[in-house]
Design a binder for this molecule. Structure first.
Ligand SMILES: NC(=O)c1ccc[n+]([C@@H]2O[C@H](COP(=O)([O-])OP(=O)(O)OC[C@H]3O[C@@H](n4cnc5c(N)ncnc54)[C@H](OP(=O)(O)O)[C@@H]3O)[C@@H](O)[C@H]2O)c1
Length: 243
């Protein structure tokens, strides 16, 4: 029998260098992609009911997660809200209420965190976002997606990183699609994170991806992968290197 409130469809959108890096070792905002890639990110965001971001990316990049006026208009024409809900994930909850996202009123903001969030932060964020604070020390990502579906009617989530959050979702089988831009650079450096972060650990099992679209614009390549979930795979799921 189908679950009453299945989780939303989750797409993740990233850009990486030819050698697989998503930023430099300082985690400072780096502009290594084209205008086309930025438009691509906006277009992916515009398709979703909610956009999801990890606390470090929010803090480092100080993004508003809003949309250009023409994409807001297109959503309105499709009978959607002007912009997707904005969802922040943080275990510790030490989120600065002065970040740009809290000055932009483009769409409601939800924060999924824990009771570890300091009381004064709860007060400072109270009027700016809806807080979902778990009693446990860590946010339950499956639970968060179920709440997005059941309480906020979210059917599609666009995860915009960063790699720590993406890896957590991936490990739990909670990513359905990956939109990946390959930018024509190489950064090198073991301390610069890849798509799955800096962890030296293998994923619990190899994740199989199926390439469903490939588009070349200038020197950039825009790839769309469907993530194959374990239950969908008949063949061996663990690669020898992961065993
Ligand atoms: N090239 C790209 O496409 C791209 C895209 C996105 C980001 N980035 C870059 O990625 C860098 C940040 O990467 P990152 O991996 O450190 O950041 P991240 O995934 O954005 O954030 C990590 C933080 O998010 C919270 N978090 C992550 N997973 C969680 C989970 N399962 N449950 C609850 N909270 C969770 C925690 O916050 P607390 O510490 O508050 O508990 C954690 O410390 C930035 O430099 C950014 O520019 C690049």
């Amino acid at each position: 029998m189908k679950q009453k409130h299945a989780r939303p469809f989750v797409a993740a959108t990233f850009a990486m260098t030819v050698d697989g890096k998503i930023t430099t070792r300082n985690f400072t905002p780096v502009d290594f992609t084209s205008r086309e890639d930025k438009l691509h990110l906006f277009r992916q965001r515009a398709l979703a009911d909610a956009v999801l971001i990890g606390h470090t990316s929010l803090k480092r990049d100080n993004v508003r997660l809003s949309l250009p006026a023409e994409l807001q208009q297109a959503r309105i024409k499709r009978k959607q809200t002007p912009a997707p809900l904005r969802v922040i994930v943080s275990n510790k909850g030490r989120i600065d209420s002065g970040l740009k996202i809290f000055q932009s009123v483009t769409s409601p903001i939800l924060i999924f965190s824990t009771m570890r969030m300091p009381r004064k932060t709860q007060v400072a964020l109270g009027g700016k976002a809806t807080l979902h604070l778990a009693e446990s020390d860590y946010v339950n990502l499956e639970g968060m997606l179920r709440i997005l579906r059941s309480q906020y009617k979210v059917r599609t989530v666009e995860c915009e990183g960063g790699p720590t959050l993406f890896r957590s979702l991936l490990e739990r089988g909670l990513v359905d699609r990956l939109n990946l831009t390959i930018a024509p650079y190489m950064f090198g450096g073991a301390k610069a994170p890849t798509l799955t972060g800096l962890s030296k650990e293998f994923l619990p099992a190899s994740v199989h991806c199926s390439l469903i679209e490939m588009r070349k614009v200038g020197d950039e390549c825009f790839l769309t992968y469907r993530i194959k979930h374990q239950r969908q795979r008949r063949t061996r799921t663990r690669s020898p290197r992961n065993d």
